[in-house]
Design a protein. Structure first.
Length: 215
């Protein structure tokens, strides 16, 4: 439990900060709007202190690496796992991008971030008439498991974290990735990385989509 006396002291210091530094600064430079909210509509305070969790049961906070993960997804956080360094890459064929991946890894990159071309993002094969002029242009073209094998040739999937910048067809590319790993004898539980898997992102950010937006 938090010490009520200590919480009271923090409350006094916060009120003094609001009456002095905050007041003086906002008189010179007012905030952009009177209230701020998260994307889901929850109100955001200007600053948070131990006052905000003083009455919160420990069970709702938990330990790092344990549900509800409020203190981080890993038990030791960055003591044992440093920030992943990755530069997004993807162009041409799987073999073309593989050369780029190997170069980046040789310079110390610790993860891979894949950019897929427009036909792959939209679920078209490279030889589809609608893919003309777009194959491998804004990312790597992946149509088959052979393409995925070429993309990760010579790369240990159990030791490298892979991020895939893909949304509507993410489930297909992720399935290819897992099948590739299993074919190599890798343990799927040792694979790490992310896929965006956000079909609304294509509609909002890129102005293109597979699924009709209304449903």
């Amino acid at each position: 439990m938090f010490d009520p006396e200590a919480i009271g002291h923090i409350s006094e210091k916060r009120r003094a900060w609001e009456a002095n530094e905050l007041r003086e600064f906002t008189e010179r430079q007012p905030e952009g709007r009177p209230e701020y909210h998260t994307a889901s509509g929850l109100p955001l305070k200007r600053v948070y202190t131990p006052e905000d969790i003083a009455g919160t049961p420990f069970e709702e906070i938990g330990f790092p690496g344990q549900f509800p993960f409020l203190r981080g997804p890993y038990p030791t956080m960055y003591r044992g796992r440093t920030w992943t360094m990755r530069q997004i890459a993807g162009y041409g064929t799987g073999a073309d991008t593989n050369q780029r991946f190997r170069y980046l890894l040789s310079l110390g990159q610790t993860g891979l971030s894949i950019d897929f071309d427009m036909p792959t993002l939209m679920g078209y094969d490279s030889d589809d008439a609608r893919s003309e002029g777009e194959v491998g242009r804004e990312g790597v073209a992946i149509d088959t498991l052979d393409d995925m094998e070429a993309l990760f040739d010579g790369i240990d999937l159990e030791k490298i974290s892979v991020s895939m910048t893909i949304n509507p067809t993410a489930w297909i590319l992720l399935a290819m990735y897992v099948v590739l790993a299993e074919g190599r004898g890798n343990d799927p539980k040792r694979l790490s990385g992310t896929v965006q898997t956000d079909i609304l992102k294509e509609y909002i950010a890129q102005k293109e989509w597979i699924f009709p937006i209304r449903p």
